[in-house]
Design a protein around this ligand. Sequence first.
Ligand code: PLP
Length: 368
Amino acid sequence: MHPAVLEEMLRVSRSEFGNPSSIHREGQQARRALDRARMRVAGLIGAAPEEIVFTSGGTESIDLAIQGVTVAPGHVVTSAVEHQAVLNTCRHLEQSGLRVTRVGVDGDGLLDPRSVAAALGDDTRLVSVMLANNEVGTLQPVREIAAAARERGVPCHCDAVQALGKIPVDVRDMGVDLLSVSAHKLGGPKGAGALYVRRGLELVPRLYGGHQERHRRAGTENLSGVAAFGMACDLARQQFEDRTRLMTTLRDRFERELRGRVQGVSVNGAGAGRLPNTSNVMFTGLDGEALLMNLDLMGVAASSASACSAGQNEPSHVLRAMGLTAEQTLSSLRFSFGPTNDEDDVTRAIEVIAELAGRMRSSKDAHG
Ligand code: PLP
């Protein structure tokens, strides 16, 4: 977490003991902290504060969006490269009779809005597409997809968890009805998130209890987490250009030097518009999992598929949908850059990767 974000979290934990729903002075003071956080989160995505529902993170926001709109049976259109939070919610609803169309992507992980439009039917209740892919960083044409959905009177949900703070996100410009975000992707704490719900859109709550969040999400808010999320959004807005410029510079240098130094390297999704911080690299012929373990021992933290799938060692569904073979997906690793990385980190990562890849390749050659 950014020091100012951590400071805000501690400050609110120390001084805002009240419950924002209480009418006494302490409660009202806590309410003001909650309102401020709501304005800050809304401000980063171009929403009105009352359109923000605080949740426990991206997964809950996605669950509320999909299950709050689609009461099975019916039809949902989504993509083949969504995060598990979307895919597994849809899979679960299929058991209750929901029909799900998972639209495929091209070799860079990009959706064609025409394919999404073609999948819409008379019983389609929701379109759910991500703004930026968490494994390769590919940016989807959400504005075009939302427009096609709107023409058919179908609400559009966007999983913008990976995108927030890294590319501009504006709910009005995108024309989406629902949008999920999560604090820990932009320097905020884990376990805090929000769902944007367009004014006027009917949403069935998932939790029944108190009247918090305008009846859309019952339960006392995680005030310190949400306040820290608000601070993280404010900082992301103020530092947006510096952060994206730094991440793009580091990522581009990383990819350029890696291609020059290591044999058989290619970057997955490089042909599409991508997030500035994500680099998904295929090391042809090498075992990605073994490389990952060795990198970890040398102090370089990378990921095979998304962190949420770590330990499963199954070929990434995203890379498979992009047309890679199972072997190619198992040779691919994701490297991510953040605002606290610097040029020295890139230099060191390149050295370590080049040395390990060279060693693994020569031992492979020696053993046939
Ligand atoms: N959607 C995407 C694209 C993600 O990358 C993630 C987390 O990695 C999530 C949803 C889930 O968010 P959370 O971890 O806050 O539940």
